[in-house]
Write a protein that binds this ligand. Structure first.
Ligand SMILES: O=C(O)CCC(=O)C(=O)O
Length: 337
């Protein structure tokens, strides 16, 4: 392949060899069934206790759930998806000005996951942005398409609100004070991955993103409604989470698994690709502040429950995560007591 990114306008008729997974690692799409009982939590419900119970059940049994009536306006969501789409439609030369394969960059267009570390690539391009505080990062964001900065800034503000609200509910669902998680995580960072998965000539042989867990605290995922692609691992089986209108998919990240002393699961998930259609998703990640000390919440290690993980700072965890390939063992395994 002679371009750095997949969103070059070239339509491939065969999957290039460096995207082909060995037989044992392929997605086996015919074995994947639909997740029919995805927990859908109505945040507009007036019964807070009921919401908290639903969150507790979803985080223990699934590690993810969907939310509706979440407070992020429909207009904000639609504009976000449109501008993301318009960005990937830009001429190749324009996009390549933003290209980098250096994961430490706070704004970059890249491809696959960690091109310099991985042996087999993934059928994905992505725009990665740091989003908090906005005044620090917005100036470096793409200025093309012209409304990009305004639209994405608005989206980030509304999504952050939602994230805080969810963290309060998750704290309470663990029997902790409402502000427990927010206090431990400190002034949280916010990152975004705008994912673009072009049509793929041989979706059976590769991934958009292979199975992974998220290294942050909480992920708020917006899926394009037209094309399914997200799958989660539940009881050893991959299940498709089909997009639902007006919903976000929320998943618990590694930091909340550690803080909950393993009660809540940072779910394995992956993105598969489609032969005929492009797919987009927008993942927003809330991340602890670098020096936040992640340790199991005290009330969860009383009653003779041992701490499952040793204490670590988020900075330590994050650098370990990016020093590896995505589809290795759960990064938290390296922090087990
Ligand atoms: O595209 C998706 O559905 C999943 C995206 C994802 O897992 C990620 O960006 O970390």
């Amino acid at each position: 392949m002679d371009t750095k990114v997949l969103s070059s306008g070239i339509r491939y008729s065969n999957l290039p060899a460096n995207y082909v997974r060995p037989e044992s690692e392929r997605p086996r799409l015919s074995e994947v069934s639909e997740c029919e009982d995805v927990p859908v939590i109505d945040l507009g419900c007036e019964d807070r206790t009921h919401i908290i119970q639903q969150i507790c059940h979803a985080c223990m049994q699934y590690g993810f759930f969907q939310v509706i009536n979440h407070g992020v306006s429909k207009e904000t969501v639609e504009k976000m998806l449109q501008v993301a789409h318009d960005f990937f439609e830009l001429p190749l030369e324009e996009k390549l000005k933003l290209y980098s394969d250096d994961p430490s960059k706070t704004m970059r267009l890249s491809t696959s996951f960690n091109v310099n570390k991985e042996k087999v690539h993934n059928w994905r391009d992505y725009l990665r942005l740091h989003c908090y505080p906005l005044h620090k990062y917005v100036p470096e964001w793409p200025s093309n398409p012209p409304p990009f900065k305004d639209i994405v800034s608005n989206y980030c503000v509304e999504v952050r609100e939602l994230g805080y609200r969810l963290q309060e509910l998750i704290s309470q669902s663990l029997g902790l004070e409402k502000d427990y998680i927010k206090n431990v995580l400190g002034e949280q960072g916010q990152h975004m991955a705008v994912n673009y998965y072009p049509p793929c000539p041989e979706p059976e042989l590769t991934y958009g993103l292979p199975g992974h867990t998220d290294p942050n605290a909480l992920t708020i995922l917006l899926q394009d409604l037209q094309v399914a692609g997200l799958q989660v691992l539940k009881d050893g089986k991959w299940l498709a989470v089909n997009p639902q209108s007006d919903a976000f998919v929320i998943n618990i990240g590694d930091q909340l698994q550690a803080l909950s002393n393993g009660r809540y699961k940072s779910v394995w998930h992956r993105a598969v690709v489609n032969a005929n259609k492009e797919r987009m998703s927008v993942a927003s990640f809330l991340c602890p502040f670098d020096r936040a000390l992640i340790s199991p919440a005290k009330p969860l290690t009383e009653d003779g429950c041992e701490a499952v993980y040793r204490d670590f700072t988020y900075a330590e965890y994050y650098s370990k995560f990016w020093s590896r390939n995505l589809d290795q063992e759960h990064c938290l395994e390296l922090f087990k007591n």
